[in-house]
Write a protein that binds this ligand. Structure first.
Ligand code: HMG
Ligand code: MG
Length: 311
């Protein structure tokens, strides 16, 4: 498919964006099968080789809560020095201790904008989640680590329905106030639409959070992830989470399916002439290989189109 997509830049959009790859973490945490640690390490290496600037590797959560990532120590050991620079999820001090023991330099806490999801995902109320994160961020910062914060259910919640924008901004700002550098706004169940995205970014800006501290984390459950990404680009957002092949979901949010596929994002950014640094052919080869390992076709439209074109 040489020459495609044709590059036709559009004025008013950022010149370059950072793609924050979450495939090995968000992608694999929801798989039915347990993926062997060697396959996970190869997945991470192939993503780095494809030019991914950031690859979130795994989670130091309770192994009973997410058995798919119970091998976090083994994976980080297998990744060696390279692994220390890759972000990992830590919900609490126990998770931070595990990450510090392996020399992690980047950690991410993950809060909720709604009380129900905080209970289901973290076994904590909304207020208790901040109390759990406070020492994590303080100790991580004291140790010189970089801290990202996620806020989930930014657009809607399967139990509570529509989530008011002010509620999301309040939750996000509390997580940033703890000392996180970046806030990733999660559409955990993929129900957001483009106008909602713009309104949410504007509300954060009005509350004093500049857009360069925000990232967007779209799941594609309702097929809105690319449209929402475009709306966020128009709002000046320059960091986007995506998952190779469109894998992903959250085991504690019913109806959460795959993340925005990295390949679909790369296709759109390339067409718009926006720099991203990833090699699409290598990505597609990686996701096709991973689909074989998982025993099912990739949910990404671009992977299916290009893998089909090659075959
Ligand atoms: P809990 O049961 O309340 O834990 O779970 P606890 O603090 O009461 O401790 C109970 C026992 O667990 C203790 O052991 C702890 O040491 C142990 P005991 O003394 O009984 O022997 N423990 C741990 N062990 C290993 N690692 C740990 C850990 N913590 C406690 N980190 C907890 C609370 C937060 C641990 C649990 O709810 C949990 O692990 N939740 C994680 C759920 C998860 O990973 N969800 C998916 C990620 S979020 C997501 O996908 C959304 C996102 O993509 C953005 C979006 O899409 O919106 C980020
Ligand atoms: Mg997610």
């Amino acid at each position: 498919m040489d020459g495609l997509p044709m590059q036709v830049p559009r004025e008013g959009l950022p010149e370059r964006v950072t793609i924050y790859e979450v495939g090995p973490r968000d992608g694999l945490q929801n798989e039915k099968a347990i993926v062997p640690v060697g396959v996970k390490a190869e997945f991470v290496h192939r993503l780095l080789d494809a030019g991914a600037p950031i690859v979130e590797a795994t989670s130091f959560v309770h192994p009973k809560w997410v058995p798919q990532l119970a091998d976090a120590e083994d994976l980080m050991t297998a990744l060696g020095d390279e692994g220390r620079e890759l972000p990992v999820l830590v919900p609490n001090e126990r998770g931070l201790d595990r990450a510090l023991e392996l020399g992690s330099r980047h950690v991410a806490i993950f809060g909720s904008a709604t009380d129900t999801f905080a209970q289901r995902n973290l076994n904590r109320s909304l207020d208790e989640q901040y109390a759990m994160f406070e020492p994590v961020v303080r100790r991580a910062r004291d140790a010189g680590l970089d801290v990202r914060a996620y806020v989930s259910m930014c657009f809607g919640d399967p139990w509570e329905g529509a989530v008011p924008i002010e509620q999301v901004v309040a939750a996000g700002r509390r997580l940033l106030d703890l000392g996180a550098r970046q806030l990733s706004l999660g559409d955990t169940i993929g129900v957001g639409t483009a106008g909602h995205v713009r309104a949410l970014v504007a509300a954060f800006e009005e509350a004093g959070t500049p857009r360069d501290r925000l990232a967007m984390h779209f799941h594609d459950t309702y097929g809105q992830a690319l449209a929402n990404t475009y709306a966020a680009l128009e709002s000046g957002i320059t960091t986007f989470d995506a998952s190779a092949g469109g894998l992903g979901g959250c085991p504690y949010a019913k109806s959460a399916t795959g993340n925005l596929a990295t390949e679909d994002l790369v296709w759109m950014l390339t067409g718009l002439g926006i720099e991203h640094g990833l090699d699409l052919d290598r990505l597609v080869a990686t996701s096709s290989w991973m689909a074989g390992e998982l025993g099912r076709p990739s949910p990404s439209a671009v992977v299916r189109a290009l893998a089909g074109a090659a075959g």
